[in-house]
Design a binder for this molecule. Structure first.
Ligand SMILES: *Cc1c(COP(=O)(O)O)cnc(C)c1O
Length: 675
């Protein structure tokens, strides 16, 4: 504890809390608290209001600003705890560091406490946990305990920046909590999706930062105050946490700790490689510090994205990709996967891949043209050709690579590529890479395509289109498309990323859907969606296959896909043929879900599992997605640049394995949330 200053200032507590209301439910957006002298109040208040109103989490419709004078003698001055940093590579390792801390503190029921930590994820405040009985001691268990009336001491001018200093705020909280009567330790994970560092703290351990305690993008924060009822009464502790004004001195930047000695270990044994990567290690940061023009340009761009609610973070899935997944430690119904037939974790898939792994190991070790071509790659190419009914097929490592490589090989500076305005980004990039003249025609508008072809006569032309459009889920007018390409003698290419395994009674794709016997020159597709594996392909004539193998740079200059991946794709295609009921069930699910949405008042229809529910505003789309997430349904919002600005949407994609009950529940919830 620190001495009070000789000449205590009159200080004020300033608190800001911003929230938004969705369907009468309050949703926290942002909050902050400062303790300041009177003359700094107006500027800091303005900065906090601006932070509350312009937060990446969404648009606040309610903002509370509260200013109170604090009696000088009531303020408790504390020294900041000593800080150490524990660098971990994964959040799972981070949680193991929490367990280590609990052991060091002599706390008995570690497993029970870790369990409680997960339960605290849903709370806004902290859990006050009896370390002996694991009982929760806070009177309002939904709200938890909230420590307030605290700030760091300011020796310089007030911080007007609206950037939140998580570290300083955390130190202040930890200092207050570890000085609270009866509290023997604290565990804290922020609910800010961009901030994965958390900490544990106690009088003995000080403040121990742990660099990863949750997946990036997760909003699952949680906080536990470990309480020993033999030392104090819960009521006194809660009074201290919620009412006692505290100012914390000497809050500094985090300091690095020395890197522990590396442990030498033998190579080559399973034991050696499966051991965890040694104890906590501190990495010397190789990053430039300070500002220069490049860094500030990047920073500005990121700030801009945040402001426009376009900043991207990743959500982590901790299980197989299936209709049910675990995310943030919680089981969710996944309604946004491209794994339409739910094959990624099919027992046969696992078994065959395990066998392939046993036989081939993992890496291919070379490109297809040098040393990386195995019999599995060749079998897969033959399988794709037979599945599509073409003479041949050429494999690429991803669908993205396939599009860029194929288009750049088929077109050059002298060519014209006619491309649908809603084609996938990989097609757009392929066009750029080819340096051809690119002519964009209106979405799925065959009259416009033909008009554009007439306006741009060329000796070497290519027309390219998605078969099923990835963001809108509509289907190309395929027969008309072929008519036009034939009539004008143009090369034709279709991207079947979302039609293979989806369209047609047996999932063979767009030809089967239209009962069309003619072929475009290239049927491109991916093995990473309905097929449940990874990779891209061109199904085509033998001539074009030879041509691509000899000229497509994305084929030539890249290591072959893993033989295990090839086996996975092979198995996926085989399963589509062996279990045709999956495709049929997918079709039934599409009809059932659209019907349920229409009953709920949304005018939706689709022939494909991609069902966009356009919301418009980016912030609102995020808020709706968040509400669904809280109800256990995972459907992320899709925003610019994936779709046009102001047309943010929920992009539902269905699986064959969603149950009727799940489809009805999700549809009802969606209708309720956005109406
Ligand atoms: C997903 C997708 C691709 C890219 O395929 P990957 O295998 O994921 O790289 C290409 N085109 C379309 C239309 C897609 O939706």
């Amino acid at each position: 504890m620190a001495d009070a200053p000789h000449n205590p200032q009159h200080l004020f507590s300033l608190k800001m809390r911003a929230s938004a209301h969705l369907n009468g439910q309050e949703c926290h957006i942002s909050g902050a608290e400062k303790i300041l002298p009177k003359e700094q109040l107006p500027d800091v208040a303005r900065a906090l209001v601006s932070r509350g109103l312009n937060h990446a989490k969404g648009d606040a419709d309610f903002l509370n600003l509260k200013i109170e004078e604090l009696a000088p003698e009531a303020i408790l001055y504390l020294d900041a705890p000593p800080v150490t940093t524990i660098e971990v590579d994964t959040w799972q390792e981070g949680l193991r560091e929490v367990e280590r801390f609990l052991r060091e503190e002599g706390i008995a029921n570690i497993e029970g406490i870790m369990q409680r930590l997960q339960e605290s994820y849903a709370m806004r405040g902290a859990m006050l946990l009896d370390i002996h009985t694991l009982e929760r001691l806070e009177p309002d268990q939904a709200r938890g305990v909230r420590a307030t009336y605290m700030d760091c001491e300011r020796t310089d001018s007030p911080p007007l920046s609206d950037v939140k200093n998580h570290f300083a705020e955390a130190i202040v909280l930890a200092a207050k909590v570890m000085n609270c009567p009866g509290v023997v330790g604290e565990i804290c994970i922020s609910d800010d999706p961009d901030y994965v560092t958390g900490y544990v703290a106690s009088q003995k351990a000080g403040y121990r930062r742990i660099t990863r305690m949750k997946p990036l993008g997760s909003e699952q924060g949680g906080r536990i105050f470990l309480f020993d009822t033999t030392l104090a009464s819960p009521a006194d502790a809660i009074r201290f946490l919620e009412k006692q004004p505290v100012i914390v001195r000497s809050v500094a930047r985090p300091e690095a700790v020395a890197r522990p000695e590396a442990v030498a270990r033998p190579f080559g044994s399973v034991e050696a490689v499966t051991r965890p990567c040694g104890p906590a290690k501190e990495v010397a940061r190789p990053y430039r510090s300070g500002e220069n023009t490049y860094l500030s340009r990047f920073r500005e761009k990121l700030a801009n994205l945040r402001e426009n609610k376009l900043f991207r973070t990743m959500r982590t899935i901790e299980s197989a990709q299936a209709s049910h997944v675990v995310s943030g430690g919680r089981e969710m119904v996944l309604m946004a996967s491209n794994s339409y037939l739910d094959l990624t974790a099919h027992p046969l898939m696992k078994q065959r891949c395990a066998e392939a792994l046993e036989k081939y190991g993992f890496g291919a070790g070379g490109s297809r043209l040098t040393t990386g071509n195995t019999d599995l790659h060749e079998t897969l190419e033959r399988k794709i050709a037979s599945f599509k009914g073409t003479e041949a097929a050429v494999l690429f490592n991803t669908g993205y690579t396939a599009n860029t490589a194929i288009i750049a090989a088929l077109a050059d500076k002298e060519s014209v590529v006619f491309s649908d305005e809603l084609n996938h980004a990989s097609i757009i990039d392929g066009c750029r890479l080819s340096r051809a003249k690119v002519v964009i025609y209106r979405h799925n508008d065959m009259a416009d395509l033909e008009a554009k072809i007439r306006e741009n006569p060329c000796a070497n032309g290519l027309v390219v289109s998605d078969a099923v459009f990835s963001m809108d889920g509509d289907i190309l007018q395929f027969p008309r498309f072929l008519d036009i390409c034939e009539k004008h003698d143009l090369l034709s290419m279709i991207d079947e990323a979302h039609s293979t395994g989806v369209l047609g009674e047996h999932g063979h794709g767009i030809q089967e859907h239209f009962h069309e016997s003619r072929y475009p020159d290239i049927l491109m597709g991916t093995l990473s969606k309905a097929v449940g594996a990874e990779g891209g392909y061109a199904a085509c004539s033998q001539l074009l296959a030879d041509y691509l193998r000899n000229t497509a740079r994305g084929f030539i200059f890249s290591t072959a896909m893993s033989p295990v991946t090839a086996q996975a794709a092979l198995t996926g295609l085989e399963l589509i043929e062996r279990e045709p009921e999956r495709v049929q069930q997918l079709h039934r699910n599409i009809a059932c879900f659209c019907e349920a949405l229409r009953e709920g008042g949304l005018n939706v229809s689709s022939e494909t599992p991609i069902i966009p529910i356009v919301i418009g505003d980016e912030g609102r789309a995020l808020a709706v997605a968040q509400q669904l997430y809280e109800a256990g349904i995972l459907i992320p919002a899709i925003r610019y640049p994936t779709v046009a600005k102001g047309s943010a949407r929920l992009r539902v994609s269905l699986m064959a394995t969603h149950t009727e009950e799940e489809l009805h529940r999700a549809a009802a919830l969606i209708c309720q949330t956005i109406s």
